[in-house]
Design a protein around this ligand. Structure first.
Ligand SMILES: NC(=O)c1ccc[n+]([C@@H]2O[C@H](COP(=O)([O-])OP(=O)(O)OC[C@H]3O[C@@H](n4cnc5c(N)ncnc54)[C@H](O)[C@@H]3O)[C@@H](O)[C@H]2O)c1
Length: 352
């Protein structure tokens, strides 16, 4: 019960990671306020927080307008900052939209935190994408930063805001560079959310998985409960030696391994191999695996859930709540501007 009685702000708390974190925080006795504006094209889903619906405060506000929730910032002990856009492809199609969500909004929010709650702990969800095409594996925190897409560039800028403001004592930031996270409450019906979301969707629709290239690229997916534990440790640790930590999964698996394990768990039809679509090939990073030794040494965190049970748990959750995540009549979302939210995006970001 590390968080008993703590007042905690979770930005992006209606999305995949933020909702799972909020549920754990409530279980640990925290008073949770969620800030989320349900951005079209991101993973917000009110059903995600069904288990804690009456126990959390939800503020429907954009991080770019923090004046709207200044009092919530002033009153909190810890901030978990997960609001963001995860899609690499969206970032290439709409770079200014990504800039607005992943940097401008972050800058405005952090400046408000520094003014209203100086020195507050802010744990930020950064991404492995900032490393780009690996020079070596597994990647540690000293690896060069060489992102291949706008999402990586913008997320890196936001992580630097956290570090710079921490260096000058204005906030107390910790940055977690996450590998691919998976598990219950991921958005499955939103396009371009990454291959694990697409795999789960296809398995639940009894469609064969589609792998681009030869499937030998490595990934190290981390199960959501492990990722949440990394946030909880980072939020409560005192006297941190470092401020930036990689968070990776327990196994280095090829896409072929991942597809095989997942199809076996789902009892779904096999795998199709397709050439890389040009749009994806341009931002592909090849193989990626994480060196998570720094967070192990400093915070005692290590991933515990292997992919086999993790994917089985995710499938069980979605099967129980399928209608909340999938519309079987909705065609496979393509990685283009989705019909149903395109107009909203254009309106929302017309001014950018
Ligand atoms: N899911 C992963 O595998 C992964 C990997 C690396 C990093 N991350 C980072 O973790 C964070 C959470 O990812 P997720 O998978 O839960 O994504 P998600 O899309 O499910 O959730 C993000 C939430 O943030 C909200 N949001 C976005 N911009 C906002 C703004 N300006 N104001 C208010 N709310 C806003 C969205 O409405 C959404 O509910 C993101 O910052 C992402 O970059 C995720």
């Amino acid at each position: 019960m590390r968080y008993r009685g703590k007042r905690v702000l979770v930005t992006g708390g209606l999305g995949f990671i933020g909702s799972n974190l909020s549920i754990r925080l409530v279980e640990e006795g925290a008073e949770v306020t969620i800030i989320d504006s349900s951005v079209a094209g991101c993973g917000a889903n009110l059903f995600n927080i069904a288990p804690i619906r009456g126990e959390v405060r939800i503020v429907d506000a954009d991080l770019a307008e923090p004046e709207a929730f200044r009092n919530d910032i002033a009153d909190c002990d810890i901030i978990f900052n997960l609001a963001g856009e995860i899609s690499h492809i969206h970032s290439m199609q709409f770079p200014e939209r990504d800039l607005q969500i992943n940097t401008v909004a972050q800058l405005r929010f952090l400046m408000e935190c520094a003014r209203t709650a100086p020195g507050v702990r802010v744990v930020y969800a950064s991404t492995r994408q900032i490393y780009g095409i690996p020079d070596y594996l597994p990647i540690d925190e000293r690896h060069p930063i060489q992102p291949v897409d706008f999402n990586g560039v913008h997320k890196y800028a936001a992580s630097m805001y956290h570090q710079m403001l921490s260096r000058t004592g204005q906030i107390d930031g910790v940055v977690l560079r996450l590998t691919n996270v998976y598990g219950p409450r991921m958005a499955l019906d939103v396009p371009c959310q990454g291959f694990l979301s697409t795999f789960l969707r296809r398995l639940l629709m009894s469609q064969p998985l589609q792998v681009y290239g030869d499937g030998r690229q490595l990934r190290d997916p981390v199960y959501i409960d492990d990722a949440v534990e990394a946030f909880l440790l980072a939020g409560s640790a005192r006297n941190l030696e470092h401020r930036t930590y990689n968070v990776g999964g327990p196994q280095a698996l090829s896409l072929n391994d991942i597809a095989e394990i997942a199809t076996l768990a789902a009892g779904a039809p096999g795998v199709e191999y397709l050439p890389f679509p040009e749009e994806i090939r341009q931002i592909d990073i090849g193989s990626y695996t994480t060196d998570s030794n720094l967070i192990l040494d400093d915070l005692g965190w290590r991933p515990t859930v292997r992919f086999e049970p993790g994917v089985a748990r995710a499938l069980a959750y979605y099967r129980e709540n399928l209608a909340r995540y999938l519309d079987p009549n909705h065609p496979q979302p393509s990685c283009r501007m989705p019909e149903h939210s395109g107009a909203a995006w254009r309106l929302l970001y017309a001014a950018v």
